[in-house]
Design a protein around this ligand. Structure first.
Ligand code: 1GP
Length: 244
C-alpha cells in the first residue's frame, strides 16, 4: 500500500498540485502551495522537465513545508531533482521511453539517495500519451514509443504491465500544457483492466473535465500549468473532486 492508497481511504478521489521549482523563487512556491492548500488540494508535487539544481528543489521543498501541512511528493525528471527534505517520491519508470536513461539509468542513480535519505517511495508506471498537435515539452525532450490519443490498446498494455510488475500506481500524462487531456475512453479502458490507483494529468483546465476523468475511473487529478497562469481555475476543479 502506498501513501496514495492511504489518502484514498480517507478521500474518495484526490487532487495534486504540481509546482515546477524552475518557474518561481522558493518563497513564491511556498505562497502558491498555501493557496492550493486553502482550495483543498491533497498534496504538493514538485517537478518539471528542466529542473537541474538539487539545491533549488531543496529550497523549494523547504519553503513549501514551512507554509503548508500537506505531503510533498517529488516528481523528478532525473536523479538530480531528488531532494532529501521531501516526504515522498513518485519513483517512476517512463514505460514508453525508448531511452534507457528514463527507464533505468536515472532510477539507478537515484535509488541510493532515496534509501539514504529515507524518502518514502511510490513505485509508479509513468506513461506519456500524445494528445496534442504541437508536441509537449516532454515529447520534445524524450524519445518515446508514441502512444496516440486513440491508441487505447497500447495504453492498457502498459497499465497492466505496471500492475503485474508490482508498481503501486500508474500515471498517464498528456504532458504539461497539453492541448487536450487523455480521453475518457482511454481512462475507462485502463480502469477496466487494473485495480491500482490511476493518476491522470496534462491539459486539464476545468472542473467538468476533471470530473469526466474521475467518472471514467481516475483516482488522482494533477494540475500544473493552470497553477502557474490561471490559479483561480483549480478552485473549481478541486471542488468537484472533493465533493465527488
Ligand atoms: C504534467 O500532468 C502534469 O506532467 C500537469 O499537466 O501542466 O497540463 O496541468 P498540466
Amino acid at each position: 500500500m502506498s501513501m496514495i492508497d492511504d489518502l484514498l481511504q480517507q478521500n474518495k478521489k484526490l487532487h495534486f498540485s504540481l509546482i515546477d521549482p524552475d518557474k518561481q523563487a522558493p518563497k513564491d512556491a511556498g505562497e502558491i502551495a498555501k493557496i492550493c492548500e486553502n482550495y483543498g488540494t491533497n498534496a504538493i508535487m514538485l517537478g518539471g522537465t528542466t529542473v537541474r539544481s538539487r539545491k533549488l528543489v531543496y529550497d523549494t521543498v523547504a519553503a513549501i513545508k514551512g507554509n503548508v501541512d500537506l505531503p510533498t511528493i517529488l516528481f523528478p525528471n532525473s536523479a538530480l531533482a531528488i531532494s532529501e527534505n521531501a516526504d515522498y517520491i513518485l519513483f517512476m519508470v517512463l514505460l514508453n521511453s525508448l531511452e534507457s536513461k528514463y527507464r533505468v539509468e536515472e532510477q539507478a542513480k537515484g535509488a541510493p539517495l532515496i534509501k539514504k535519505w529515507g524518502i518514502k517511495s511510490i513505485s509508479t508506471g509513468y506513461v506519456v500519451v500524445s494528445t496534442s498537435k504541437n508536441p509537449t515539452t516532454i515529447e520534445r525532450r524524450v524519445k518515446l514509443d508514441k502512444i496516440d490519443i486513440d491508441d487505447i490498446e497500447k495504453a492498457v498494455d502498459h497499465a497492466v504491465y505496471a500492475e503485474k510488475e508490482g508498481m503501486s500506481c500508474v500515471y498517464f500524462d498528456a504532458g504539461s500544457g497539453a492541448e487536450k487531456p487523455i480521453s475518457n475512453e482511454m481512462v475507462q479502458a485502463i480502469r477496466e483492466h487494473i485495480e491500482i490507483p490511476i493518476i491522470i494529468g496534462g491539459g486539464i483546465r476545468d472542473g467538468d473535465t476533471a470530473k469526466e476523468k474521475i467518472d471514467a475511473g481516475a483516482d488522482v487529478i494533477v494540475n500544473g500549468t493552470i497553477i502557474e497562469d490561471e490559479r483561480e481555475l483549480i478552485r473549481g476543479i478541486i471542488e468537484k473532486i472533493r465533493n465527488y
